[in-house]
Design a protein around this ligand. Structure first.
Ligand code: DHB
Ligand code: FE
Length: 280
């Protein structure tokens, strides 16, 4: 059977991808940020999964105001890196896992979570920057990826609790896939940041660190935090954090935290990162 072995959470700031692509990781500004991912890259070499179920948000790249799926699962064979205005990132094409994605879609939809199915899509920094942070700059990504897009860009976003319960449904779906696969689930985006308006530049270290504590040890209570609390406390883009609850819902009640990192700022954002292992 397929098995979720670990969860990874990380921010997805586009400037991190640009720093890697343009050879700036040794610049003084970036050194402390990339230091926080050195352990992660080593851990990932020892724990490379067959498939990453990658929860992320599209930033009006593949989707637009024309159509806005709340939850959408990628069922395609592959996904090209998107052109977000400066040409596509020079990173490998993302290989999908259509069979597992189709199984998860059917299982999760039959568990009463209505998903949108995606058969063709380019993937933006929300998906490629976490891959770069965890895998570095390989010729090809070392595993398959199922993109799972969540609308946290256009109001209204899904609630934290909806995301957490959806994570549990995804867990049941993956557990019931009849193939011997090592699957990781990643929750990406966040932490506190606001990119526009009078509060642009907002960072809230207390909120972020409490979130890091609670998502590991008290996810049931954390899931009940209403969406407006995220926006008020962590900024309008801080709502990206609800995606971490999908990851957490798909993990065991008790997990082993093997890595935690927090760094302010990267571009306009507080960067948070966790590696959580199942089955401990
Ligand atoms: C930034 C952060 C994001 O999450 C994003 O999607 C775009 C920009 C930033 O900090 O610049
Ligand atoms: Fe973002």
């Amino acid at each position: 059977m397929a098995k979720i072995t670990a969860g990874v959470a990380t921010s997805h700031v586009p400037a991190i991808g640009a720093a890697m692509d343009l050879g700036k990781t040794q610049d003084a500004y970036w050194v402390p940020l990339f230091k926080g991912y050195e352990f992660s890259k080593q851990w990932m070499k020892a724990n490379t999964p067959d498939v990453v179920f990658l929860v992320y948000n599209d930033h009006a790249t593949a989707f637009s105001l024309d159509f806005i799926p709340t939850f959408a699962i990628g069922c395609a064979e592959e996904y090209q890196p998107a052109d977000e205005g400066w040409g596509p990132r020079p990173v490998p094409v993302v290989q999908g896992h259509p069979e597992l994605a189709a199984h998860i879609a059917q299982s999760v939809i039959q568990q009463d979570f209505d998903l949108t199915l995606i058969n063709k899509m380019d993937v933006d920094h929300g998906l490629t920057v976490p891959l770069s942070l965890m895998f570095g700059q390989p010729q090809a990504w070392p595993c398959k990826v199922i993109p799972f897009a969540v609308n946290v860009v256009q109001y209204p976003p899904p609630s934290g609790n909806r995301c957490y319960q959806l994570g549990k449904a995804i867990r049941r779906a993956i557990d019931s896939f009849d193939a011997n696969l090592n699957v990781q689930i990643w929750g990406t985006g966040g932490m506190s940041h606001q990119l526009q308006g009078p509060r642009a530049g907002l960072i809230n270290k207390e909120f972020d660190n409490a979130f890091l504590d609670r998502i590991v040890n008290d996810p049931d209570a954390l899931a009940k935090v209403p969406h407006l609390d995220y926006v008020r406390e962590a900024g309008s883009e801080g709502i990206e954090l609800v995606m971490w609850l999908i990851m957490r819902g798909a993990l065991d009640a008790q997990v082993k935290q093997v890595h935690r990192f927090y760094h302010v700022p990267a571009s306009n954002t507080a960067v948070g990162h966790l590696i959580l292992e199942n089955g401990r």
